[in-house]
Design a protein around this ligand. Structure first.
Ligand code: PGA
Length: 254
């Protein structure tokens, strides 16, 4: 992404393990609507790997970015069931999520693996979205910022440029629960992430930092009113064009 795009908000949908080919109609509707807003806001959809090739074909020529939800750190090899960054890029996709908390939780992914995946994504020409965030016990114990610091130090490649990637701050306890941190808590976490990312990259600028965790049309205006929030990573509310496009529209307006 260019420095000019850096100033714009970025709204990304994460379909997780949802969606059959018939649901590409929703992706198409999202892409068409976003087409009219693309001069003001960047948007993307991270789809199941099974849909990605068809989606690239169906959405050709539209500015909506498409992406995968995970990639292996190796280019190829004996890793049954895994998908490499190069395979995702070969389909014509532009993005890939790495380090989502569901990968950390259910697949035991570590920060070291996430760093290697982010590097593999860049090497394949993809723009990685690196997810970080504290669990509920960590927040309750007052360890949120410490946890974020470790995830940035160990999971973000220090030789990346700020425009090479995006960070998504997703408090684990806010994902899919309908609960969100307060505006002050989000502002504090985002300001901290920007500062730590600049330090890690030894750069004057930081990557865009998206908020994720129960983002929806009803709270989008509040989220985007926070200065250090550069967009959103949206799960449940991205499955239907109607709700996702409302969030994209709000990001374009504010
Ligand atoms: P949610 O998921 O919007 O359904 O909470 C966000 C995410 O996990 O990326």
């Amino acid at each position: 992404m260019t420095a000019k795009e850096q100033g714009r908000r970025f709204v990304v949908g994460n379909w997780k393990m949802h969606g059959l080919r018939a649901d590409l109609a929703e992706a198409k509707a999202i892409a068409m609507e976003h087409g009219g807003l693309a001069d003001r806001v960047d948007a993307g959809l991270c789809l199941p790997a099974t849909l990605l090739g068809d989606a690239v074909g169906a959405l050709r020529g539209l500015p909506l970015l498409l992406g995968g939800q995970d990639c292996h750190m190796e280019e190829q090899g004996a890793f049954t069931g895994d998908v490499s960054a190069r395979m995702i890029s070969d389909l014509g996709a532009a993005l890939v999520i790495v380090g989502h908390s569901e990968r950390r939780q259910y697949h035991g992914e570590t920060d070291a693996q996430i760093l290697a995946k982010a590097r593999a994504a860049r090497a394949a020409g993809l723009h990685p979205i690196i997810c970080i965030g504290e669990t509920e016990p960590e927040r309750d114990a007052g360890q949120t910022l410490d946890r974020l610091a470790v995830q940035i130090e160990d999971g973000v490649p220090e030789d990346f440029a700020p425009n090479d990637f995006t960070i998504a701050y997703e408090p684990v306890w806010a994902i899919g629960t309908g609960r969100t941190p307060s505006t002050d808590e989000i502002a504090e976490a985002h300001a901290f992430i920007h500062e730590r990312a600049r330090t890690r990259l030894r750069a004057d600028a930081s990557p865009r930092v998206l908020y994720g965790g129960s983002a929806k049309p009803e709270n989008a205006a509040e989220l985007f009113s926070i200065d250090a929030v550069n967009g959103a990573l949206v799960g449940g509310a991205s499955l239907k064009a109607q709700s996702f496009i409302k969030i994209v529209r709000t990001a374009a307006q504010l």
